[in-house]
Write a protein that binds this ligand. Sequence first.
Ligand code: TYD
Length: 359
Amino acid sequence: MPSSTDSLLHGTWLVTGGCGFIGSEFIRQTIAAYPHVNIVNVDSLSYAASPERLAGVGGVGGVADSPRYKFVKANIAHPQEVQSAFAACGTNGPTAIINFAAESHVDRSLFTGVPFVMANTLGVQVLLEAARPLVQKGSCKRFLQVSTDEVYGDIAPPHRSVETDPIHTSSPYSASKAGGELLVQAFIRSFGFPAIITRCSNNYGPWHWPEKMIPLFITRLMAGKKVPVYGDGLQRRDWIHVEDHAAGILAALLRGRDGEIYNFDGEVEIDNLSLTKKLLALANRDESFIEYVKDRPGHDRRYALDSAKSQRELGWKQKWTLDAGLQQTFNWFVANRSWLDKVLDEKYQQYYAQQYDVR
Ligand code: TYD
């Protein structure tokens, strides 16, 4: 364990992107598990952010009222806004920075990569520069960059990516995330920054924004609509429940070694078609609800991660099986139609039409 762990557990953590799907789960777990940690959630409230994730709608959450939680609306790509967010952490600033803030949808990045470079690359540099004086004076102990398995690119079977594998990106999304990682590596090398990078496989779970495959397919099946499977549907992904991912990030933050990279996966590799069939079964629909659509340009065929290092060094282990996690996620979406009704607004319908109707 790093000597900084105790001091980390008594201070204020700056969490960026905390109104997002994964960041909000991290905040829920932190507030529940660490009574001496305060959280400042910095979020720009872009389209996929949802403060309800922290307000406890749907029987999960409810941390927004905690005296240990504060929200600051700010964009990490804007240095002045980041300074105000740091000031909200108190006179010494944050003791740890956990960077979830990101644009994350590959298909959107293929329309325009500019917001991706702003958030995922420039935003990281701004945060690093803001953190540097605090790291130098010793008040900021850790900088954790939440990254993705997509930086490894397409992986031929049977290999599973390990942390020392090269970066080989395919989409503007993954390239922008790789750019952010490289900037963190530069700070580790140049300034001895106490930073950690985590790379995770595809997440799923409650509160997931319905543009990603699993929540998109669930919401369409709930509405009696077909699901758009790209290409032949034989692309393979490794799915992890968002609770397991957030627990992994906490483990890396508290028990990881400075300068290291940690993979997290769900130990479930499955092709999209087989996954689709599981969702059809949950929704009680038959295969006539599958619609094969034109493939995504540059579509990575397979991602697969090896999380042995995280299991060994951090004592972390996935808890969810895919079948149990999908059932829980499906039930959650059915029980939380009111959130969905809010999310599936006119802007969302425009996105869907742009993405799917003219493929
Ligand atoms: P996605 O959830 O977008 O995650 P990522 O591209 O980051 O892995 O997609 C998961 C897989 O599902 C991916 O292989 C693309 C595929 N997919 C479809 O077949 N149809 C869809 O409508 C979407 C959104 C994804």
